[in-house]
Every structure is written in structure tokens, then in C-alpha cells.
Design a protein around this ligand. Structure first.
Ligand SMILES: [Zn+2]
Length: 225
């Protein structure tokens, strides 16, 4: 069942593993199947030896899943996101180097340039740190709840998990992967910009111009036919 989605999810995870966005086997990609289910990378496997048909399917409202392979340990936070954002069809979590540096520093990535403004209007936000109790009990679910809180305040396709790393979302698999690449790129560029000029800034009008020419009703970037 769901062979097509499992195959697509596996290809996405293989693509991610071959990119410069991951470190060893860290990171995972999941793909929505329908309103109530998604497929996710299995936990701790060698992707070159996995049969995509054995990918675990997670049902949003059921505790039991009868699948061959154990799902990623991060499944609980993917579940929370799919439950809360119906328009999201793919989630990518990596430990890409520069985004992880900002996440570990628990600092939002300031918008300093037009590349950043093409995809984020403001800073790339970071979730609240977990309390000791939140770490001890239901750790992954609590990460998810903090992500939901942040996204409900202001939705972004890419954010940082405090002390941990980036997570990106997409209406499609390609979009979620592209946001991971964009997030890593702007993380490195912002970090190096601040080394050269720690007071670097961008004007609001320039931010708005770049963001709204690509997003929203008045966008005009790209081909219309
Ligand atoms: Zn992680």
C-alpha cells in the first residue's frame, strides 16, 4: 500500500543524504500520503540497503502502525506539524552546518539581504528552549509543540529548533528540499556578513520588494505561461 508515496519519500531521503545538507545519517524527510497519514524515513538504516516498500506509514490519529521498519525517532514532531498544517505535504529536518550553528546559539537569523528576503520577510525564527521536564518526557512531541507555537504566531517555511538544527516545510517534496538549501545558504551568508560588518542591515522597502515580487497576489517573478 502507498508504494508511490513510499518510493518518493525514499528518493527524497536518498537525495538529502547525498547533498551537503546532512551529517552522517542525521536528518530525515517525511511525505504526506493523505489527510490522515504520512510516510517517513526509517530509524537508523543504511538507505542504500533499504527497500522503499518497507518504509513506515504513520497514521495521525492512531497509535499503532503495522509496518516492517521502525520510523525515525523524530516522528512525533513530524506528526504534530502534519496535524496542524494541512497545506504541508513534506517536512525536511537536517543538521546542515551553518543553520545548526544558529540553532545551537538559539539565535534567529537576521534578514540582512535580498536572498534572504526572497523567501523570508523577517528573521528565520528559533523555537523556545525546552524545559528539563519537556526533555525528560515526550521529548520529540514537545519539540513539535514548540514548532507549532512558533509557526502559529507567524508561518515560515523554514525555522530553527533551539539547540538542535533546522526544519523546513513544503507544499511539495521539492519545495521542502529547496527551503533546506535556501536556509543553509542564508545561514552561512548571514554569519559571514556579520563578521565583516556586525552592524549590517537591510531597508524594509528592499525586503518587501524582494519578498512580494515572488509571493502573494501581486508577485511577478517567473514565467506566467
Ligand atoms: Zn535532529
Amino acid at each position: 500500500m502507498y508504494a508511490l508515496e513510499k518510493k518518493k519519500c525514499h528518493s527524497g531521503n536518498v537525495k538529502l543524504a547525498k547533498s551537503n545538507l546532512t551529517f552522517q545519517s542525521f536528518g530525515n524527510l517525511s511525505l504526506r500520503i493523505n489527510k490522515n497519514a504520512f510516510v517517513i524515513k526509517p530509524s537508523g538504516v543504511n538507505l542504500s540497503k533499504v527497500n522503499y516498500k518497507d518504509y513506515p506509514v504513520i497514521y495521525l490519529n492512531k497509535k499503532i502502525n503495522c509496518n516492517n521498519l521502525k520510523p525515525s525517532v523524530d516522528t512525533a514532531f513530524h506528526t504534530e506539524i502534519y496535524k496542524n498544517f494541512e497545506q504541508i505535504n513534506c517536512i525536511v529536518h537536517t543538521h546542515s552546518k551553518y543553520a545548526t550553528i544558529w540553532a545551537q546559539a538559539c539565535k534567529a537569523i537576521p534578514n540582512l539581504g535580498t536572498t534572504h528576503s526572497d523567501y523570508w520577510l523577517g528573521s528565520v525564527p528559533v523555537t523556545k528552549k525546552l524545559t528539563s521536564n519537556q526533555v525528560k518526557k515526550n521529548y520529540e512531541k514537545n519539540i513539535g509543540l514548540n514548532i507549532i507555537k512558533l509557526l502559529k504566531k507567524k508561518f515560515n517555511y523554514g525555522i530553527l529548533i533551539a539547540n538542535h538544527g533546522p526544519i523546513t516545510l513544503g507544499r511539495t517534496l521539492d519545495e521542502a528540499l529547496q527551503y533546506s538549501e535556501r536556509l543553509e545558504y542564508i545561514s552561512e551568508v548571514a554569519y559571514k556578513t556579520l563578521i565583516i560588518n556586525r552592524k549590517a542591515k537591510i531597508d524594509k522597502d528592499l525586503v518587501n520588494k524582494h519578498y512580494f515580487r515572488k509571493h502573494g497576489k501581486k508577485s511577478y517573478y517567473g514565467q506566467t505561461r
